[in-house]
Write a protein that binds this ligand. Structure first.
Ligand code: ZN
Ligand code: ZN
Ligand code: ZN
Length: 290
């Protein structure tokens, strides 16, 4: 049977978009004893320079627009536990895949992301991320674009900054959804990963490693996180240019305790943050200097 295109729904009373992904209900939930599909010899393994991608067999959208990026052959190492030279390979693969989707001329948005840890829904424990390419600009990045002027060109409040490299600045989000929520922003107005120079790529490696370590090592148990890259949009008529930045949300509010976004928050759009962002910045800064 030919795969059917996924249905897409738009609410007329708010800006929500929902894609029905019933095919994903059949995707395997691997048990600890199952052979890992991403390890050398596994079903999806690609012999490469150490990180590789493949088209998702259980795509959330058309198979062409959903890819999986496996960060390394090592089943137990997260991005923040890999050496800088290796993290550079991952960023270069993200750049290559972004360029691939730009070249399709039909894709308008390329979202690179990682769900780190079973608590945020990673069904395979081998560290990996995903890429979704959209033929429209999704609402969340669109909201950031529609602001007059580019807010991301502005320096963050220095008391919220936890890491400041030559070309990237990481700060705690002031009106945050999660207590440990960061943005890494390019200091220069670069629209996307494909605009990075070699020096900027190396600097992003440093910045990404520092930021992820600060989140992961906040508690004695490594804190799972969600990470996504905002860039582009691409192939758009209006020529609006976004400003490259990376969001990282640690999902604990205290040791092993998940922060849930609850009814009062979903119902109002107002977040109730248990930790003051300025205190969170102090804590995360300490993790970096350790
Ligand atoms: Zn594995
Ligand atoms: Zn900007
Ligand atoms: Zn953003």
């Amino acid at each position: 049977m030919q795969p059917q295109p996924n249905k897409i729904y738009f609410n007329d009373y708010d800006s929500r978009v929902s894609i029905v992904v019933s095919n994903r209900q059949n995707r395997p939930i691997t048990k600890p004893d199952d052979p890992c599909p991403f390890c050398p010899g596994g079903l999806e393994f690609v012999d490469s320079n150490g990180c590789y991608f493949f088209k998702n067999r259980f795509p959330a959208m058309g198979n062409e627009s959903c890819e999986v990026v496996v960060f390394s052959p090592d089943h137990n190492r997260n991005i923040f536990e890999l050496p800088a030279e290796h993290v550079e390979k991952i960023i270069r693969l993200w750049i290559e895949r972004t360029q691939y989707f730009i070249d399709t001329k039909t894709m308008k948005y390329v979202l690179i992301f990682e769900n780190n840890g079973a608590e945020v829904g990673a069904t395979i424990s081998h560290p990996h991320g995903q890429i979704y390419a959209f033929n429209f600009v999704p609402q969340v990045p669109k909201n950031e674009l529609s602001n007059a002027g580019c807010r991301f060109c502005n320096k963050a409040d220095p008391r919220l900054i936890i890491s400041d490299t030559q070309m990237f600045e990481t700060s705690v989000v002031q009106a945050a959804s999660y207590p440990f929520e960061l943005i890494i922003r390019a200091k220069e107005h670069l629209s996307s990963l494909v605009d990075l120079s070699n020096i900027q790529i190396k600097d992003l490696v440093i910045s990404l490693l520092l930021s992820l370590k600060a989140i992961a090592f906040q508690f004695t148990t490594p804190m799972p996180y969600m990470m996504w890259i905002h860039q582009g949009p691409f192939n758009n008529e209006q020529e609006v240019s976004g400003h490259l930045h990376i969001h990282i949300c640690g999902i604990y509010r205290s040791e092993k305790t998940m922060r849930f976004i609850a009814a009062g928050e979903l119902g109002s759009g107002v977040m109730f943050n248990p930790i003051d962002p300025y205190d969170a910045a102090d804590m995360l800064r300490t993790n970096i200097s350790k």
